[in-house]
Design a protein around this ligand. Structure first.
Ligand code: HEC
Length: 109
């Protein structure tokens, strides 16, 4: 009986893990976001660029949340204004999904 409960628990965990993964993917396309970040943000946010170097792993998920909530307070809000809502969601998916404290942190290269 104990064994049965254990495997049920594992199945439940796997169910919720895949559910949250598919939700994240529904909200934004991280692969597109990576491309869009390179195209629209990297020009300035690169080491030796006009702004400080940024990549998914330069912030935690909470910090990316904060940044995306306060876009109109950023120095580069005019650059952001040229992006569609969908583009921003895709960039968010990439940055948040590969943030410093995410399961798969990534640099922007
Ligand atoms: C024309 C140059 C330029 C572009 C393009 C640009 N930025 Fe910025 N960004 C800046 C500058 C300048 C600052 C303020 C100084 C700094 O933080 O380096 C800034 C600040 C920021 C900050 C706040 C700094 C921090 O660490 O919290 C974030 C986040 C940010 N930009 C993200 C982005 C993203 C994402 C994009 C692409 C959608 C982007 N920027 C495009 C120039 C740019």
């Amino acid at each position: 009986m104990k064994k049965k409960i254990g495997s049920l628990f594992v199945i439940l965990i796997m169910f919720f893990a895949s559910l949250s993964l598919s939700l994240a993917q529904e909200n934004g396309n991280a692969r597109k976001g990576k491309f869009l970040f390179r195209k629209n943000c990297r020009a300035c946010h690169v080491s030796g660029g006009s702004a400080k170097e940024l990549g998914p792993n330069t912030k935690t998920q909470a910090q990316w949340d904060e940044a995306f909530k306060n876009i109109d307070k950023l120095k580069c809000k005019d650059q952001w204004a040229q992006l569609s809502e969908k583009d921003k969601t895709d960039i968010y998916a990439q940055l948040w999904g590969h943030a410093f404290d995410s399961p798969s942190p990534e640099k922007c290269e």
